[in-house]
Write a protein that binds this ligand. Structure first.
Ligand code: XMP
Length: 490
């Protein structure tokens, strides 16, 4: 008797707006706050930010931009497996010090000057190694070499115009050595050769300088940009292909990972791949306990997303601050990173997520309006927007990926969606959005007096906010006249 009414003795679950960080004694200047972190057991990031695996947020352009700024993009999975592989390779190649053989534009000694001139301008390069049929490097030809021939000797061959004393290096050359070679010999490109003098790649001045621009980039052991990818809970083929393509982190992408079939499958995937495997989404300590022994990271979020209708459609969910804290209670002692996914609108939300126990945060809507996000800019009433849709929306499920919601999307046209399709204001570049996001998080660390994220996570305390307190926390009793880069009234 009374067991049903006992159900109403409910625990309270809180979200971002329910809490604030308690200001504390500090000597930390925000700019000095170090936000580096781990997204999974073996993958480190310079900033604790991930872009969501959604088809209006992360394809290779976003992933490249994210990694260059020190974070990580997680490629969505509404595409064929070979396209996933191509996307991963695009990210991995983007900032590679050495351009690999297949992508190096080469000339042959018999080509005429006018042919090679046309080829170089077509390919957008200003020089090319000259190789014979065996790929042996014979020389190098550049715009400077061919210019004298262009008027008088267009039918002369490359062999006559090329520089045949080529400065080459071996594959283990480091960026600094390559640059020194280029300075010493006043050259702009160094062919990389194997023991037989066969071409394996090319290092260019432009490539080295481009990498220098992104000192803080998140890179793998080989210096390539890091990349994540979403795979369906039962998509072992995509997982294997992505792993072979060199992805750093596989994200088992499920709206409810506390499903025992999903966990079994995730465990199997983990056993077969080299990449780290992050499991999600979960929102409770019980779910975390089921996966903490094998997962390289745990992703948290049941229904907090901006385009998400899971909570209203299914009646289930967990306010995000409480969800993060419950999962972190289980994951932190095992040293497994926690990723807070969804519901983050402001930098303040992101740093609150860390205070609740997250090591990194994942955002969708925040990045959907950037130039790098897939999709075109649309204009409505003179304002610019980009499309943003939930992966559980009808449109996204029709393009695949309904299994995120454990539905058989292929056969069932009558979806029960858990997300909406929307438009979000166009925002400019990813880099400027990240600058605001990270800057705000660093300022939060300043208010709490912590120089590193792990320290902040331990030290930060919350206070509970009433609805009057929430109103007080936003601009009030004024009319905003100029848009701030990090605040839009909702
Ligand atoms: P934000 O708030 O950053 O959230 O836009 C992005 C996260 O939302 C999740 N997501 C969904 N959740 N229905 C849901 O219930 C959906 O259709 C949907 N699509 C994405 C996902 O975890 C994403 O990272």
């Amino acid at each position: 008797e009374g067991s049903f009414s006992q159900k109403l003795q409910v625990p309270e679950a809180l979200t971002f707006d329910d809490v604030l960080l308690r200001p504390m004694e500090s000597r930390i200047e925000p700019d000095d706050a170090d936000v580096s972190t781990r997204v999974s057991r073996n993958v480190e990031l310079t900033i604790p930010i991930l872009s969501a695996a959604m088809d209006t947020v992360t394809e290779s352009d976003t992933a490249i931009g994210m990694a260059r700024e020190g974070g990580m993009g997680v490629l969505h999975r509404n595409m064929e497996i070979d396209e996933t592989v191509a996307e991963i390779k695009r990210v991995k190649r983007a900032d590679e010090l050495m351009i690999r053989r297949d992508n190096v534009v080469t000339a042959s000694p018999e080509q005429t000057i006018s042919e090679v001139d046309r080829m170089m301008s077509h390919e957008g390069v200003s020089g090319a190694p000259v190789v014979d049929d065996d790929d042996t490097v014979l020389g190098i030809i550049s715009g400077t070499d061919i210019r004298p021939f262009l008027e008088v000797g267009e039918t002369d061959t490359v062999e006559e115009a090329m520089t045949d004393e080529v400065i080459t290096a071996s594959e283990d050359v480091e960026a600094r050595e390559a640059l020194e070679l280029m300075y010493d010999y006043k050259i702009e490109r160094v062919p990389i050769v194997d023991d037989e003098n066969q071409l394996v790649g090319l290092i260019t001045m432009q490539g080295v300088l481009q990498r220098r621009e992104h000192q803080e980039a998140a890179r793998d052991e080989e210096g390539r940009l890091v990349c994540g990818v979403a795979v369906g809970p039962f998509e072992t083929d995509r997982a294997t292909a992505a792993d072979e393509a060199g992805v750093d982190v596989l994200f088992i992408d499920c709206a409810h990972a506390h499903n025992l079939n999903v966990i079994e499958s995730a465990r199997e995937i983990k056993e077969t791949v080299d990449a780290d495997v992050v499991v999600g989404n979960v929102g409770t300590r019980e779910a975390a306990a089921e996966v903490v022994d094998f997962a390289d990271g745990i992703k948290v979020g049941i229904g907090p997303g901006s385009i998400c209708t899971t909570r209203v459609v299914t009646g289930a969910g967990m306010p995000q601050i409480t969800a993060i804290a419950e999962v972190a209670d289980v994951a932190a002692p095992e040293d497994v990173p926690v990723i807070a996914d969804g519901g983050i609108r402001y930098s303040g939300d992101a740093i609150k997520a860390v205070a609740a126990g997250a090591d990194a945060v994942m955002l969708g809507s925040y990045f959907a309006g950037t130039e790098e996000a897939p999709g075109r800019v649309i204009t409505m009433n003179g304002k610019k927007y980009k499309q943003y849709r939930g992966m559980g929306s009808v449109g996204a499920m029709k393009s695949g990926g309904g299994d995120r919601y454990l539905k058989d999307a292929a056969e069932d046209e009558e979806f029960v969606p858990e997300g909406v399709e929307a438009a979000t204001p166009y925002k400019g570049t990813l880099a400027s959005e990240l600058h605001q996001l990270v800057g705000g998080m660093q300022s939060g660390m300043g208010y709490v007096g912590s120089e590193t994220l792990p320290e902040f996570k331990q030290r930060a305390e919350f206070v509970r906010v009433s609805s009057a307190g929430q109103t007080e926390g936003h601009p009030h009793d004024v009319m905003i006249t100029d848009e701030a880069p990090n605040y839009s009234p909702e």
